[in-house]
Ligand binder design. Structure first.
Ligand SMILES: [Zn+2]
Ligand SMILES: [Zn+2]
Ligand SMILES: [Zn+2]
Length: 136
């Protein structure tokens, strides 16, 4: 079984060639991808199908939004413990100012933020802007 196939099975999604292709694009990219990045790599990109696929992957805990402070919505593969009910991607996202790529800093966690009473955090995002490994 390929990595893409085992990811789909683990998250209880039916294995289709389209889904396999999209996951493979993510696993080989090594960075966060916007939907147009994925469209470019697919041979017969149907925008609606891709949109639905990304949405269901996000719902199932396969991908998460890699918030990088730009206007482009990007997604990246989740950490292994994400599932349908909860995402655990509390890591830092790094945005390169030169190549504009966004990377998950998988082992760099967002520090706990102490909020005033009455405020409850649901999600905390942290973006670091700078120069990535390949641009420096
Ligand atoms: Zn996740
Ligand atoms: Zn870069
Ligand atoms: Zn991430």
């Amino acid at each position: 079984m390929t990595t893409a196939e085992s990811i789909l099975k683990k998250h209880h999604l039916r294995v289709t060639q389209f889904r396999l292709d999209v996951i493979s694009i993510f696993t080989s990219a090594g960075r966060a991808l916007a939907s147009h990045d994925i469209e470019e790599k697919l041979h017969d990109a149907d925008r609606i199908t891709l949109y639905r696929t990304l949405k269901s992957f996000e719902d199932k805990g396969i991908i998460h939004k890699a918030i990088d402070g730009t206007l482009t919505q990007k997604f990246a593969l989740c950490e292994a413990q994400c599932n349908e009910h909860h995402h655990h991607d509390e890591h830092v996202h790094f945005h390169c100012l030169k190549c504009e790529n966004t990377f998950c800093m998988d082992h760099v966690y967002v520090p706990k933020v102490v909020l005033p009473s009455g405020f409850t955090a649901e999600q905390t995002n942290m973006i670091v802007n700078g120069v990535c490994e390949s641009c420096s």
